[in-house]
Design a protein around this ligand. Structure first.
Ligand SMILES: [Zn+2]
Length: 186
């Protein structure tokens, strides 16, 4: 899947390349609006587990409407270091799939395309704003003020462990204690 045979792909579609994160991807296949060519990554595909979505997805891939492209490792590293410079806490608020679509957008931009990232994730909107990448909301329109975002943080009352990602069963992976959700502004 990796690599581009030519750079003509985005030029062929008018320079603009829609890139979809997992939520955008599920929404588009549920709504059946796979009308143009979409780009996404294998990490996003991996997150699609629902059987119906999966079969629609296979159909869209075989029809050539969804192109699965993985960003090069350099672009993953680039994305991580960019995001860490904005705010190191943001990294933990992003899944591997989130990171992969951001990195893919950076790579497409370097190749002369104009990536447009479809997402409803506030952290992705926020990060892309600072990276100069265009984002568009899917079910919710892109908020105008995304300078600061409210993000859930899960805190263990027993050992103080903190994470931005909701852990399994809301249980602390360190001590097994119960994690409490707190809203943070980042
Ligand atoms: Zn704990």
């Amino acid at each position: 899947m990796r690599g581009y045979s030519t750079d003509s792909e985005c030029i062929e579609y008018g320079g603009e390349v829609p890139v979809l994160d997992t939520a955008a991807f599920l929404a588009s296949i549920q709504l059946g609006i796979v009308s143009s060519i979409y780009y996404t990554t294998s990490k996003v595909i991996e997150e699609v587990r629902d059987r119906e979505s999966r079969s629609r997805l296979d159909l869209a891939i075989s029809s050539g409407k969804i192109k699965v492209r993985d960003p090069g490792k350099t672009y993953i590293r680039k994305a991580v270091s960019f995001i860490e410079r904005i705010d190191p806490r943001l990294i933990n608020a992003l899944s591997d799939a989130d990171l992969s679509v951001i990195a893919l957008s950076l790579e497409l931009r370097d190749r002369g395309c104009e990536p447009v990232l479809f997402t409803d994730d506030m952290v992705i909107h926020r990060v892309c704003r600072d990276l100069g990448l265009r984002t568009v909301g899917v079910k919710r329109s892109r908020p105008s003020n995304i300078r600061r975002v409210r993000q859930s943080m899960f805190v263990c009352a027993v050992c103080g462990y903190r994470t931005y990602r909701r852990p399994k069963n809301d249980q602390c992976p360190v001590c097994g204690g119960r994690l409490k959700e707190e809203k943070q502004v980042i």
